[in-house]
Design a protein around this ligand. Structure first.
Ligand SMILES: Cc1cc2nc3c(=O)[nH]c(=O)nc-3n(C[C@H](O)[C@H](O)[C@H](O)COP(=O)(O)OP(=O)(O)OC[C@H]3O[C@@H](n4cnc5c(N)ncnc54)[C@H](O)[C@@H]3O)c2cc1C
Ligand code: FES
Length: 342
């Protein structure tokens, strides 16, 4: 895994609780990325190292800076630190871009629909710019849910794109808490629901593809509705910003003590039921490598030497892992003789 240090060129306030951090590209070796991928930022806050992934809101070949857009999470350590503390000229350590939530060109494609809620707009915004500016035959639809008009991230930039690409780009806004807005054919009250999915997809041009980024509720609604309407699952892509934990999967998980051999040093760690091996290792000060914390990259991969581990919350099957390889951000011990090497 390559690491870089990047200088902050601009900090742009997007809404009351969201900023965009624009990093200067390194002078010599430019960082390459694809729209939809993410950049992993590393911070040391009160002596502890924190690592968080943020999707690029910039678009390669279109924006000169590397931009990430960060919305505050209530009580969140890094998102609030970025909103409150990070400033122009700061130098921040980042990991090389990762992620497979990207647009792969298919010449036969006639339309792409983006489904986003809140900060889930960031990877979609990067892809939308790419499609509008670089793929002139594809129609683009954005269905975008927010609490209110004032919490819409990239509102002005999206409006400009809508005007400049009026024939190919349509935006449908949903507001869950806004009382005053111009109710028209493209502004809706409430949340994105199956009825809307149905009405939209009966009006788009086929073949089409769908990209979803937002809370689990959005993903489930859109995916299920599309599949019920006969859409091929292979045309539906999604990105999660959080590990999805189903309480049912934790029934057999109990407090355990495990051994972790990291960089040749063995540590005994108590794992409280419900916490992952990675979470507890970080809690006791071990600086294990990690990035997404959602089981999507492989940065936190460890090898199981004895005992049993269970991975919970993986969104996609990980056929690339050997039988004794586990992603520690979503691994939970089933027995008390677990020994892991990383
Ligand atoms: C691939 C990927 C791309 C991402 N891209 C973006 C992005 O472009 N913009 C952006 O703002 N965030 C993005 N995130 C989320 C981001 O990485 C952090 O998880 C988020 O900023 C919270 O970090 P924190 O340190 O502030 O919160 P923490 O201190 O880690 O968590 C505090 C509490 O908030 C909850 N929480 C954690 N993450 C979220 C979340 N996303 N939404 C709601 N509650 C949460 C936790 O369960 C915990 O209870 C992305 C995540 C992933 C995996
Ligand atoms: S940190 Fe990405 S898979 Fe665990």
């Amino acid at each position: 895994m390559k690491n870089y240090t990047l200088k902050v060129q601009e900090v742009r306030k997007e809404t009351n609780d969201t900023v965009t951090i624009c990093f200067k590209q390194p002078g010599l070796k430019k960082i390459k990325y694809l729209s939809g991928q993410y950049l992993t930022l590393q911070f040391r806050i009160n002596g502890r190292r924190y690592i968080r992934p943020y999707s690029f809101s910039s678009t390669p070949g279109i924006d000169s800076t590397l931009d990430v857009t960060v919305k505050r999470v209530p009580g969140g350590i890094v998102s609030n630190y970025i909103n409150d503390v990070v400033k122009v000229e700061d130098v921040i350590e980042v990991q090389e871009p990762l992620g497979d939530f990207v647009f792969e060109l298919d010449e036969s494609l006639n339309s792409v629909v983006f489904w986003g809620v809140g900060s889930g707009i960031t990877p979609l915004f990067s892809m939308i710019k790419d499609l509008l500016l670089n793929h002139s035959l594809i129609n683009v639809y954005l269905v975008y849910g927010n609490r209110s008009n004032s919490s819409v991230i990239f509102k002005d930039q999206l409006e400009k794109l809508k005007i400049n690409y009026s024939k190919r780009f349509k935006i449908y806004n949903f507001y869950s808490k806004e009382e005053f807005f111009n109710e028209d054919s493209h502004n809706y009250r409430g949340r994105i629901d199956s009825g809307f999915v149905k009405s939209l997809i009966s009006n788009i041009e086929y073949p089409s593809r769908h990209y979803i980024c937002g809370p689990i509720g959005l993903k489930n609604t859109v995916k299920e509705s599309l599949i019920n309407l006969g859409e091929n699952i292979n045309n539906v892509f999604s990105e999660d910003f959080e590990l999805i934990k189903n309480p049912e999967d934790f029934k057999e998980i109990k407090d355990q003590e495990i051994y972790l051999n990291f960089a040749g040093i063995e540590s005994k760690i108590s794992i409280k039921s419900g916490n992952s091996v990675l979470e507890e290792a970080l809690e006791v000060g071990l600086e294990l490598p990690y990035s997404c914390q959602t089981g999507n990259c492989s940065t936190c991969k460890g090898t199981l030497k004895s005992g049993q581990l269970k991975m919970i919350g993986l969104d996609k099957p990980r056929n690339d892992l050997k039988d004794n390889e586990f992603l520690l951000c979503c691994s939970y011990p089933l027995t008390n003789n677990v020994c892991i090497e990383i």
